[in-house]
Ligand binder design. Structure first.
Ligand SMILES: [Zn+2]
Length: 162
């Protein structure tokens, strides 16, 4: 029933991706990882509020977050919700800033933008509004910006290859 031409919103919320966030290391400016310091036992809502730890494999920096979280909603450089550090995966376009918490998040945005036919997830409106895709800015969802958005995704992706 599903064709590869179709994109089905797989009910990812932004919070699903918050468990693994790539940021710029404040010490060595390499790729550092922000992840829960302990497991929340599979409870996604609780997991969001689990204390985070920053770990950089390049320079060995390890740091615990003070607590609390601020989701990025503004303009300018996109930051992670726990440490306020710049996200590794981001690029500026003419229309705004494209950013992702981790490669899976970026991939999902790419799949959405590439799919000519965008299906809406068949859940109730409340849940649908929560999904990551529904929350993407209109310029990312606009068909006329598709090529530009895909180029930005490609640029971001290439920043992972060092
Ligand atoms: Zn580092």
């Amino acid at each position: 029933m599903s064709s590869p031409q179709r994109f089905r919103d797989t009910r990812h919320t932004k919070y699903h991706f918050i468990d693994h966030v790539l940021v710029r290391c404040p010490k060595c400016t390499g790729i550092a990882h922000v992840a829960p310091a302990a497991s929340a036992g599979g409870d996604e809502a609780a997991s969001m509020f689990t204390r985070r730890r920053l770990v950089c494999r390049a320079c060995g920096l390890s740091r615990d977050a003070a607590g609390g979280l601020r989701l990025f909603r503004g303009s300018g450089e996109a930051t992670d919700p726990y440490f306020g550090l710049p996200l590794w995966l981001q690029a500026e376009t003419r229309h705004g800033r494209l950013w992702a918490y981790n490669p899976e998040h970026l991939k999902l945005i790419g799949q959405f933008v590439q799919a000519p036919l965008r299906e809406r997830a068949p859940w109730n409106a409340q849940v649908r509004k929560m999904t990551l895709i529904a929350r993407l800015p209109a310029w990312i969802k606009s068909a006329k910006n598709r090529d530009e958005v895909l180029r930005a995704i490609e640029r971001i992706r290439s920043s992972l290859v060092t």
